[in-house]
Design a binder for this molecule. Structure first.
Ligand SMILES: [Zn+2]
Length: 697
């Protein structure tokens, strides 16, 4: 069949892919996959080579094509791609459920586990993946008898609907509010970029005469407007009404999320109990490295303890700063915080993002990043543009090999923003996973890094903003973990099979190098003068990173603790409703109180319509591990090249090599020789003034 989506070769023909030939391929791929799975279900033997591998192979051509189709949608979006994807989605979801909920396969996994227990026949990696597969099937309800299974499916369906309703209510509430400013005085303080966006919004709302210079300006709750407005508006009355609207989103009238919160919590409790767990938090944590509510509680308590006093000092310092600059009251209200923080930040670190970006030329940043990977991990990265088809002329292609020339992996880099056709944000996609095939041959991993850097215009040099440099390092960290894996089982190799609260370790680890003086100075040069990054500017970048670090930390801990309490301990007598849980944690953790009218739970989409229910703590959990991993390099001495190299090899052979094949907690212990500690994260955040005495420097 002549379509590039049908049984996609190692190098996909991205340059020939169209929505039409995708649709045509799925017309054959779907029935083929169904037939292969049906056939296997009737005659498999409960062994790794008789069940797990053949099932992977039966599904692979379909899932591979689906992955690539979604990739094309995210980088070359059009109505035609969207329609093709939407038309196929229900069939793909149904097929995945059918495989995941197969009683026959589940019984096969149990038989394989029993056989392995009686007479070990699996490798440790296979054993771990089998445990996860069985757990996944059980948590999909496969082991339930009737009528529990029907109830389970009904709960899943209702939760999916609640999640959509919750998200739509937040969107509708965000759109429903607008404050129109009509005079220059009312718009005092707003930067030109925000005036332009707000005038545009006014024109779209029917005020055709609106201009960036003369208004009117429409202020909305969309984060691209809300965030800069709260930072820059000198109109305190306007800030107050916008703030009040923001924290009350989706909390009243026809789009009130209050009943949806209560219902979601109750359904998740019931779901967990059907599956034999005490609470939804127990169910969620059973697939994560933290494992227990007590472990999460302990992390939150330790970080809170270390940040509380600093948080109060930051609040006092901000009030004193505002008072010195003419703020006459004794308390900053919630709508004053962002405004005065921004003024204080400007006063403390007087450099602009614009000025800093002159030092980061894209080709040189890339060279510096690859040089760092070469130094740390002993790999060589070579440009190989033209050796593999690409979907857009901006896309680059690279090969990765060991220092002796042995090929290890390859990757694409799609660096620039294309607002009309490419999704926002940045991500890493795994096109190919390392796999030892049945004939003994080895399939090498292939990764994709997508960024949305600013595009150089009119022959200007391709400079990057500092946060774009950070993002590139972050995504490259994910890609390194995917590419330097040594695991041969596709379900556990690279970034596959890693627990949710540990997937951001390898990526955040790389970000640390953006704050390493030698690394950053090595990859920077002024675009016009060629001058190197001044030490004073580097010091400001590091200091600015930690500006109000305790306040930021406490806010994240407040979210994490509220999430955990709602799914582990609610309801109880002293908490009549979910809002009481929020107030309890706010009083315990936040340096400045919330408004009594604050209803932020009604827009807390992460835990009510995202994947973070009883999992918000994952952000901090990963950050503790990545900071502590970087501390191993600091202890070895960042200016001791031999020590950095040997620590880098150890990191490559543990964190990067073992991927999802070994529990991340064990992998960390192999790298570090001990369990993780929060000290490095606190020190990097400026919340510990000195390194503790147990460390060398
Ligand atoms: Zn990431």
């Amino acid at each position: 069949m002549d379509t590039p989506f049908y049984h996609i070769p190692y190098f996909p023909a991205f340059d020939r892919m169209t929505p039409e030939n995708a649709t045509a391929a799925f017309e054959k791929l779907l029935p083929e996959a169904r037939a292969a799975v049906d056939g296997l279900e009737k005659k498999f033997s409960p062994s790794w080579s008789g069940l797990v591998r053949p099932l992977h192979e039966a599904c692979h051509p379909l899932f591979d094509a689906w992955n690539i189709l979604n990739h094309m949608l995210s980088v070359m979006n059009s109505d035609a791609w969207r329609h093709a994807q939407e038309a196929l989605q229900p069939d793909i979801v149904a097929f995945s459920l059918r495989v995941g909920q197969s009683r026959a396969f589940y019984d096969g996994y149990l038989a394989l586990r029993a056989a392995d227990q009686a007479n070990p026949c699996l490798t440790p990696v296979q054993r771990r993946m089998l445990v996860k597969t069985i757990q996944g099937a059980e948590q999909a309800g496969v082991g339930l008898a009737q009528p529990q299974q029907s109830r389970f499916n009904a709960i899943q369906l209702e939760l999916a609907q609640l999640s959509t309703t919750f998200r739509n209510n937040v969107l509708d509430a965000t759109r429903a509010f607008a404050l129109v400013l009509r005079t220059r005085a009312e718009a005092d303080g707003l930067p030109p970029a925000l005036l332009a966006v707000a005038a545009q919004a006014a024109r779209e709302a029917g005020e055709a005469q609106a201009t960036p210079e003369g208004g009117p300006w429409r202020i909305t709750l969309d984060s691209a407007v809300y965030v800069p407005f709260m930072m820059h508006s000198r109109n305190r009355t306007a800030r107050e009404s916008v703030y009040r609207a923001y924290v009350a989103r989706a909390s009243s009238g026809a789009i009130d999320n209050t009943p949806n919160i209560e219902r979601s919590l109750a359904l998740r409790r019931e779901l967990a109990q059907l599956l034999g767990y005490g609470t939804y938090a127990d169910l969620s944590l059973s697939t994560k490295t933290a494992q227990t509510v007590a472990a999460v509680d302990s992390l939150i308590a330790q970080l809170a303890e270390a940040s509380r006093d600093a948080g109060h000092r930051e609040a006092d310092a901000l009030l004193a700063f505002a008072n010195r600059l003419g703020f006459a009251e004794k308390t900053l209200q919630p709508w004053d915080i962002a405004f005065w923080s921004e003024r204080q930040r400007e006063a403390l670190y007087d450099y602009s993002d614009e000025e800093l970006s002159r030092y980061f030329l894209f080709p040189r940043v890339l060279e510096g990043l690859f040089g760092l990977a070469q130094r740390l991990f002993g790999i060589v990265i070579t440009p190989a543009d033209g050796e593999a088809p690409v979907w857009h002329p901006d896309v680059r292609f690279f090969r990765v090999s060991d220092s002796d020339g042995t090929p290890r992996a390859c990757f694409y880099l799609d660096p620039y923003s294309r607002p009309a056709t490419k999704s926002g944000g940045a991500w890493m996609n795994d096109f190919r996973t390392r796999e030892r095939c049945a004939d003994g041959s080895l399939k090498l991993p292939m990764a994709l890094l997508v960024c949305n850097q600013s595009v150089p215009v009119n022959g200007a040099p391709p400079v990057m903003r500092f946060n774009e440099v950070n993002t590139l390092f972050h995504e490259f960290g994910h890609a390194l973990q995917h590419m330097l894996t040594t695991v041969d089982e596709p379900s556990a190799s690279g970034v596959n099979g890693i627990e949710w609260d540990a997937v951001e370790v390898a990526s955040q680890f790389m970000e640390n190098w953006c704050y390493d003086r030698a690394t950053l100075k090595g990859l920077s040069r002024h675009a016009e003068t060629g001058a190197e990054l001044p030490d004073a500017l580097f010091d400001k970048i590091v200091a600015a990173k930690n500006y109000r670090a305790a306040t930021g930390m406490l806010r994240q801990l407040f979210f994490a603790a509220t999430d955990m309490d709602l799914y582990a301990r609610y309801p109880r007598a002293e908490w009549p409703d979910p809002d009481a849980v929020k107030r309890f944690n706010a009083a315990k953790l936040l340096p400045t109180p919330l408004l009594p009218e604050d209803r932020f739970l009604c827009s807390f989409s992460h835990i009510f319509s995202g994947a973070y229910a009883a999992g918000y703590y994952s952000y901090k959990w990963s950050e503790v591990l990545s900071a502590d991993a970087f501390a191993a390099f600091e202890e070895a001495g960042l200016d001791n090249d031999a020590a950095v190299r040997s620590t880098g090899r150890r990191y490559r052979d543990t964190v990067l090599a073992l991927g999802g094949g070994t529990n991340p907690a064990d992998v960390f212990r192999q790298f570090r020789g001990r369990a993780p500690s929060i000290e490095a994260l606190l020190r990097h955040s400026g919340l510990r003034t000195r390194a503790p005495s147990s460390q060398k420097k």
